[in-house]
Design a protein around this ligand. Structure first.
Ligand SMILES: [Zn+2]
Ligand SMILES: [Zn+2]
Length: 182
């Protein structure tokens, strides 16, 4: 084989090797690009994850703060309510005392109310009525004993000659009768 032919053959072999190497290099570039893209994707994901973590942390802080503020507000409200309760209790105590005073004053001045005052008026009416007939007003006094009756009952007593006081049975005469005026 002449030298030029050998050289050409060698050259052709080298060219083939170069083209193989070029294909390999192109493939490697593709793989490298894919790796770069993967790395970029991963970094993006990591950044977004970091962001989420920061957001979660912030939310936690906000929640804690809100809870603290709420606690403060609730304890302030409690404090206010306790103060108000104390005020109301003092007011109630003072009012009860006033009611007690008014009741005592009312009883002293006979300013009773309800059934109490009804009973009292009834007893006064009874005192004014004649003990014998319970109808006529007391208008005559038997001076021997001081008992009071209505005029018609005393007159009936005198007419029947049963001259004894209906209450104490002390004898009395026409001259022992005296008219009284309220
Ligand atoms: Zn009478
Ligand atoms: Zn009498």
């Amino acid at each position: 084989m002449p030298q030029s032919l050998r050289m050409r053959t060698k050259c052709q072999g080298l060219e083939a090797q170069v083209s193989v190497l070029q294909r390999s290099a192109a493939e490697l570039v593709g793989v490298l690009d894919a790796h770069r893209a993967a790395i970029e994707e991963f970094q993006k994901a990591r950044a977004s994850c970091e962001e989420s973590r920061v957001q979660i942390w912030c939310l936690g802080l906000i929640r804690q703060n809100a809870a603290r503020e709420e606690t403060v507000a609730v304890s302030q409200t409690m404090e206010y309510l306790q103060l108000r309760n104390g005020d109301l209790e003092r007011e109630l105590y003072a009012t009860r005392q006033k009611v007690g005073e008014l009741q005592t004053a009312g009883q002293g001045g006979h300013a009773r109310n309800g059934s109490d005052s009804d009973a009292w008026i009834q007893s006064l009416k009874m005192k004014l009525k004649c003990a014998v007939c319970a109808e006529g007003n007391k208008s005559v006094c038997i001076t021997k004993c001081g008992h009071l009756f209505c005029r018609s009952c005393v007159q009936r007593n005198l007419a029947a000659r049963n001259r004894k006081c209906p209450t104490c049975h002390k004898p009395f005469g026409e001259n022992d009768v005296m008219e009284v005026f309220f």
